[in-house]
Design a protein around this ligand. Structure first.
Ligand SMILES: CC(=O)SCCNC(=O)CCNC(=O)[C@H](O)C(C)(C)COP(=O)(O)OP(=O)(O)OC[C@H]1O[C@@H](n2cnc3c(N)ncnc32)[C@H](O)[C@@H]1OP(=O)(O)O
Ligand SMILES: O=C(O)CCC(=O)C(=O)O
Length: 358
């Protein structure tokens, strides 16, 4: 399974955003440190901005650079002009989107996609196909695309309407209809807060490609969070990314784009690897895994043990022992009082206090 990062293209669609070319180049360059196979950079028909970003990143990144295009000659020409390695042609496939977006039939959309894919290949790029709103389309209407097109096909939950049980059932139905799941890519949105869960279910069922974005940046509620998918996949599998760069790269991308996340954001929030509860810190001094799901350092993050008003006798005793002081009852009480007054303190500062306390 390959992860495709879509941050640059999806984040650029968020209302009010006007990233500069240099911001996107910095973000794309940082992303490349993760060793991702695919980085989607933009939609070149929208203008010079996405064309320049795509061209510069296609010239410099190790990852294959993906540009998107409608199934139209002008879009394909613009995408080819941008120098993208892969051009991802997208067409609507649900009845609702066929009517409202292109006012045409599924057969005509397929015909346009065939022509577009031929043009992409004639122009020297690789072609991928995305079926918009696929997850709101009867599987029997989606399965024929896998017979008709030899390109990799991504199925999009364009409005983020689906749940993990639905996604699993949908992919199994496609398999029963003869589709090889290892040809399927998936693109989810987080409108129900389930994009990451949907991505993981798809990954477990053996899809070929999963689209992700840093901190879920993307249209409306965004996409599966890159950092959440990587850490979750790594619990029992291989995400294929450079693990100890994960947190630094995600933060570098956010900095480049001038985006912030809540301190409590999973994996990359500043607060999510900090612990102050007395029962937890006491046990974590012995064995950090007691109260954490993964070692943050494995992903380039840092664990923070804090000592203050919530510290209990066990942790105070351990601090004194580590500071090579006899943990008498009086000393434990004094240390706890000092921690209430001056805390919360990080481990080193708490140890210094334990060294000095009467
Ligand atoms: C699901 C996604 O996230 S897709 C990406 C969404 N991103 C954006 O929309 C980026 C910002 N958009 C834009 O800058 C503009 O909308 C542009 C440059 C893309 C297009 O602008 P315009 O040419 O003025 O057209 P407009 O936005 O009205 O698009 C409608 C046209 O696209 C056609 N179209 C829409 N989707 C497709 C498709 N997948 N394949 C082929 N044609 C399509 C419609 O049929 C319609 O064609 P018509 O003009 O011949 O009637
Ligand atoms: O991923 C693409 O190629 C565009 C389609 C998309 O973003 C979506 O359907 O949500």
């Amino acid at each position: 399974m390959s992860l495709c990062d879509v941050t640059l293209r999806e984040a650029g669609q968020m209302p009010g955003r006007a990233y500069t070319i240099e911001q996107k180049i910095a973000a794309g360059t940082a992303l490349d440190r993760l060793g991702l196979p695919l980085i989607q950079t933009g939609f070149p028909i929208t203008g010079e901005h996405d064309t320049v970003v795509t061209r510069r990143l296609a010239d410099t990144l190790e990852a294959e650079v993906v540009a998107i295009a409608r199934a139209r000659e002008d879009d394909i020409a613009a995408a080819l002009e941008s120098g993208a390695d892969i051009i991802e042609v997208f067409i609507p496939i649900s009845d609702r989107q066929l009517e409202a977006v292109i006012d045409d039939s599924r057969e005509s959309a397929f015909d346009a996609a065939h022509e577009a894919i031929d043009s992409v290949r004639d122009g020297g790029a690789k072609a991928h196909l995305t079926l918009m709103d696929a997850f709101r389309t009867d599987a029997a209407s989606v399965a024929p695309a896998f017979e008709q097109f030899d390109a990799p096909i991504t199925l999009a939950d364009t409005v983020g309407a689906r749940t993990p049980p639905f996604v699993a059932g949908y992919l199994r139905t496609l398999a029963e209809l003869g589709v090889s799941i290892n040809r399927v890519g998936v693109h989810f949105h987080d409108d129900l807060g389930l994009a990451t869960a949907n991505a993981l279910v798809s990954s477990q069922l053996g899809v070929d490609r999963v689209d992700v974005s840093v901190a879920s940046l993307g249209e409306r509620a965004g996409n599966p969070a890159l950092e959440e998918c990587v850490v979750a996949i790594e619990q029992d599998g291989d995400s294929g990314v450079v693990l100890d760069e994960l947190v630094p790269v995600c933060r570098a991308v956010l900095d480049s784009l001038d985006e912030t996340v809540d301190p409590r954001k999973a994996i990359i929030g500043e607060a999510v690897t900090a612990h102050e509860s007395g029962l937890h810190t006491a046990a974590m001094l012995e064995d950090p895994a007691t109260f954490e799901p993964y070692d943050p350092e494995m992903f380039g993050g840092t664990r923070q043990l804090l000592f203050g008003a919530r510290t209990g006798q066990s942790a105070a005793r351990e601090l004194l022992e580590r500071a090579e002081r006899e943990p008498t009852d009086e000393r434990i009480e004094n240390l706890l009082e000092r921690l209430v007054d001056d805390g919360p303190l990080e481990l080193d500062a708490a140890l210094e206090m334990a060294e000095r306390v009467q």
